[in-house]
Each structure stands twice: as C-alpha cells, then as structure tokens.
Write a protein of this length. Structure first.
Lengths: 189, 229
C-alpha cells in the first residue's frame, strides 16, 4: 500500500513544487531581472548624462569673462533703466542731439514670472522676458537722428525700437519721439 | 500448407500465461521511477530557481546601488548653472534673431521715394516678432507723381499692404503757416507693413552717416556692437 502511495505522493509533491513554487518564483525572477536591466539602463543613461553635463559645465567655464560680460549685457537678469537712460543720453550727446521727455513703462513682472514657471525646461519665448519701454524725445537733424538710430540698433544692451514719430518742420532741426524696449531674463524659480 | 501459413513459429501467449502479478510489478516500477524522477527534477528545479532568485535579487541591488552612485555624482549646482546659461543663450538668440533695424526702413524709404514727393511725418509701430507698421504723411505737386510713387512702392517687396488715403489737394495759402504737410499740391497719407523678417538687423551700415557715427560710438557708454554671429 505504501509502495503505491509513495510515488503518487512524490508526483503530487513534484507538481506542487513546480506549480506553487518554481513557476511563480520564476516569473518573479524574470520580473526582477527585467527590473535590474532597467536600473542598469538608467545607470548607463545617468552616466552618459553626467559625462555630458560635465562637458557642458567645462564648455560654459571655457567662455572668456569678456564673452560672459557681453552675454550679461545682452540678456541681463534685471533691467537697469537708469544706466540705459544715461547711455542713451550719452549717445545723443555724442551726436549733438538734445535728449529729454522721458517716460518709462515696465511690463508686468508677475506675468513674466508665471510664463517662466510654465516654460521652465522648455524653449525661451518672448513672454519670458521682463521688458521696460522707454519713451524719449530727441532734437537734431535727420542725419544725426539716423546716426543715433544706428548706434541704438547695434547697442550691446539690446534695445528694440518700438515706435518712431517725427514731423518735418521748417528748419533742419526736428523733434523725434522714440520708444525703445529693453529686455531682461530673470532666473527661473 | 494451409495449416503452416495460418500458424506462426512464434509461440502465442495465451492470456493468463504471464502471471498478472509480474506485469503489475513491472508497471509499478516504471511508475515509481517516473515519480522519483519527477520529484528529483522538481527539487532540482526548486534549487535552481532559489539560486536564480538570489542571484537576480543581488543583481537588482547592485543595479540600484550603481544608479544611486550615478545619482550622487550629479551636482545640483552644475545642473542649475548649465540650465541657466542655456536659457540665457536661448534668450540672447531669440532677441538677436528678432532684432530689427529701423535704419533699413529709412534706407528703403530714401531709395524708393521719388524726387517730387516730400514726406512730412512718419510713424513706425513695431510689435516684436509680429510686424512693423509704417504710417507716412506727405505732399506731392501733382496726382501723377503720387500714382508713380504708389507704383514704385508696390514694386518694392519689403513694404506690403500699402494703402494711400486722405488724398486731398492743398492750395498755396496753407504753406504760409510754415507746415510742410500743408504745402500746395496733393497731400496724402500712406500706410504699409514691413515683415520683420525682411528688416532684421544684420550688422551692416545702411547709410553713409552711420559709418561716421560708428567711430564716435566706439567711445560711447553702450560701447560694443552686437552681431548675429
């Protein structure tokens, strides 16, 4: 009787081992191996990114202080209106023009901050900039005005001309009203 | 012969010749062997699975550790530094790419304006990345010149959507007031748009006067010129 039952029990135990331990455990092993593979891939990607990041940091640090200063002037983190006005006055003076009737309007910095948060990690768009619109008047000849305009448009502190208005008078001297926009890109939060 | 062909030289087993006990015993041994083999196989499989499980878990831990090591190698200040720098470079690129040259407008107008046409007032409205709207008021001695001016401007591909309006004849009395706009002849108003892409700053001087001013500008406070390079 025992001789008959023993193999049956053996088969039952073998089947139990197979179906209730080996098979489920094998599935877990496969999943663990897959997970380990994913971690390895992630580690490899992280290593590659780290190398790339270090290369970028090195590249950034290889910029000369002069170039970095030019970038700072072109895209400052905040707008120094007083300096811009002083510079504009200086350019006008250089071209023997009278400079005055100044009006400064700042853009909504909160809206720009929201734009930045939304655009964080994405490409910079125009709304990310904080702007300041400076309106002023100039008195001088047309040639002087063109020379002034030429200097403004190639200024390193980028000034985008938004509006120019003037009316021809009798003499050579005319009054020009002009609005320029300056930009700054505050750091992301 | 017929008896030969029917019978075989192999002795036929008659049922009951082989004892039942012997047959059962042989069957039982095969069954027992299969059962034992299955049990041993299952146990070996379980051992293998256990080994694989431990090995997989250890590999997983190793991989997690490796990822953590890589993660620890990242320096937040480096990421911030590069991100901020990239953002500023992108910003600079965007500004330079959309930077217009108002001098282009004046150069184009000077080129395209006919000798007998005199502009008395000008207004340039620039919406960055969108368009540059030009409004001009002027006077010309006769309608024919105005028509020719319209043709001249429409041939220029830089200025688009040109509209002449408020065309009126002025008598000579108005000119006594000294306003150029009200000089005798035909006064008109002109509106048009420049596509910003056509008047982008490219670093070149658009007038002879500018060359002289460049030298002066070298010493100005703003100092340096920008180019799109």
């Amino acid at each position: 009787m025992i001789r008959t039952i023993t193999p049956i029990f053996s088969i039952i135990i073998a089947l139990l081992i197979f179906f209730f331990y080996a098979k489920p455990e094998f599935a877990i092993i496969k999943s663990t191996q897959g997970e380990a593979e994913q971690y390895n891939d992630a580690a490899a990607t992280a290593a590659a990114l780290n190398t790339e990041l270090n290369a970028l940091v090195d590249k950034k640090r290889s910029f000369s202080p002069g170039d970095l200063a030019r970038l700072d002037a072109l895209v400052p983190t905040d707008i120094n209106e007083v300096k811009i006005l002083t510079d504009l006055n200086e350019i006008a003076r250089t071209h023997n023009m009278l400079f005055g009737n100044i009006d400064v309007k700042n853009s909504d910095t909160e809206a720009a901050a929201i734009g930045q948060t939304e655009a964080s990690g994405q490409k910079v768009v125009y709304t990310d900039f904080v702007t300041s619109d400076i309106t002023f008047s100039l008195i001088g000849t047309y040639e002087q005005f063109k020379a002034f305009l030429g200097d403004v448009e190639k200024s390193l502190v980028l000034l985008e001309v938004l509006n120019i208005e003037f009316t021809a008078g009798e003499g050579n001297l005319q009054q020009y009203t002009m609005t320029v926009r300056s930009f700054s890109l505050p750091p992301t939060q | 012969m017929a008896g030969f062909s029917r019978s075989s030289f192999i002795p036929k087993e008659t049922s009951g010749v082989v004892p039942n006990r012997v047959r059962r015993l042989r069957t039982f041994h095969v069954f027992n062997f299969i059962a034992s083999a299955m049990l041993i196989g299952a146990l070996a499989l379980a051992g293998g699975v256990l080994y694989l499980s431990k090995s997989a878990k250890s590999k997983l831990l190793e991989a997690q550790q490796s990822l953590n090591d890589q993660k620890n190698l990242f320096k937040q200040e480096n990421i911030d530094e590069v991100r901020s720098f990239a953002r500023r470079l992108q910003g600079a690129e965007l500004l330079i790419q959309n930077h217009i040259s108002p001098l282009w407008i004046f150069s184009e107008l000077e080129k395209e304006t006919m000798q007998k046409v005199q502009f008395s007032s000008i207004s340039i409205e620039h919406t960055p990345t969108f368009e540059v709207k030009l409004t001009l008021e002027g006077v010309t001695p006769e309608f024919k010149t105005l028509a020719l001016q319209e043709i001249q401007l429409s041939l220029n591909s830089i200025l688009k959507d040109i509209t002449f309006s408020q065309v009126a004849t002025n008598d000579g009395n108005a000119s006594k007031e000294g306003d150029a706009a009200s000089a005798s002849g035909v006064s008109f108003s002109l509106e048009g748009t420049f596509a910003p892409s056509r008047i982008l700053y490219d670093g070149s001087a658009h007038s002879s006067g500018l060359t002289a001013s460049n030298a002066l500008f070298e010493s100005a406070v703003l100092g340096e010129s920008i180019t799109s390079e």
